[in-house]
Design a protein around this ligand. Structure first.
Ligand code: NAP
Length: 270
């Protein structure tokens, strides 16, 4: 039995079919933790036999805190919730539709909050557990034309930090996990709106270049294991050394105006 599995027997990872979610699920299983993974696809885990499949669309399921508590009972109790599922919506904000904003914020923010509500009710009663919210560096280092995504991730980080304030030294522990670029299929599922103008294309090219050059998702899984082993609330940055430094400096030292100027330069928006 590993240090982690002695404290955390069972985990629910949302969006565990691909990318970071899959890497988290496999790494947790390697620690001896039983993993339940969610997907919208019924056959998502046919090639990942160790994962207990959970079929759910986080954009459609309404009463998610109740849904979580029912699943918790059926599974035998989760000690870990990894709120990982997510997607991006890319385009000029003026080209978005109402439903784009709703689905973006529902999957990135409202649903993780409702799942966390269910998890806190269950974990509080058992006086153990950890809730990991997969946010993004985009919550503080904003990516152009990802306005709703940036807003959703900033909201999710603010939510995690608020929970840490509410109960400073008692479980469930809260982890605000903020990755930079990692090499996953994320760009493929990004919803794109409006005509791809020159500026949009330049930004999209930069995003794709960053993904191609990025570290594999296993890097994020290792970083998460390190955070889980602290057994306390924490904020974690994952990704390249440069991005982790930029995220820390950007959050603490650099004035907002300078940050915007640097981001415009970086994304070739002048
Ligand atoms: N890759 C990066 O560089 C990066 C950086 C910062 C943050 N992140 C965050 O990391 C998380 C994982 O992303 P990823 O990069 O691993 O991308 P990914 O491979 O596309 O994984 C996203 C997962 O989210 C699930 N999902 C999407 N919409 C859903 C919905 N409506 N209901 C339920 N599940 C849904 C998908 O599951 P199904 O399709 O199987 O249903 C998919 O497995 C996201 O929250 C993302 O914002 C990624």
């Amino acid at each position: 039995m590993s240090e982690l599995s002695s404290r955390y027997a069972r985990a629910l990872v949302t969006g565990a079919r691909s990318g970071l979610g899959k890497a988290f699920a496999l790494r947790l299983m390697a620690e001896g933790i039983e993993v339940w993974g969610s997907s919208r696809m019924p056959d998502a885990f046919e090639n990942l036999p160790g994962i207990n499949p959970v079929l759910v669309d986080l954009n459609r399921e309404k009463e998610l805190s109740k849904w979580y508590q029912d699943l918790d009972r059926r599974a035998g109790g989760f000690d870990l919730l990894v709120n990982n599922a997510g997607f991006g919506a890319f385009g000029k904000f003026g080209d978005f539709r109402d439903e784009d904003i709703q689905s973006q914020l529902r999957v990135l923010l409202t649903s993780p909050m409702q799942l966390a509500l269910g998890a806190i009710k269950c974990m509080r009663a058992r006086k153990r557990g950890c809730i990991v919210n997969i946010s993004s560096m985009a919550g503080s280092l904003w990516i152009p034309f990802f306005s709703s995504y940036n807003a959703g991730k900033a909201g999710l980080s603010a939510f995690s930090q608020s929970l840490m304030l509410e109960a400073p030294a008692t479980p469930p522990w809260i982890i605000d996990f903020c990755p930079g670029d990692l090499a996953t299929p994320f760009n493929r599922s990004t919803v794109r709106r409006g005509e791809p103008s020159g500026r949009l294309q330049r930004v999209w090219r930069r995003i794709e270049q960053n993904t191609e050059a990025a570290l594999p998702p296993q890097r994020a899984a290792e970083d998460l294991m390190g955070g889980l082993k602290r057994f306390r609330h924490c904020t974690l940055h994952s990704g390249s050394f440069l991005q982790r430094i930029m995220a820390r400096l950007g959050a603490r030292l650099v004035p907002t105006g300078c940050k915007r100027t640097a981001l415009r330069r970086y994304f070739d928006l002048h």
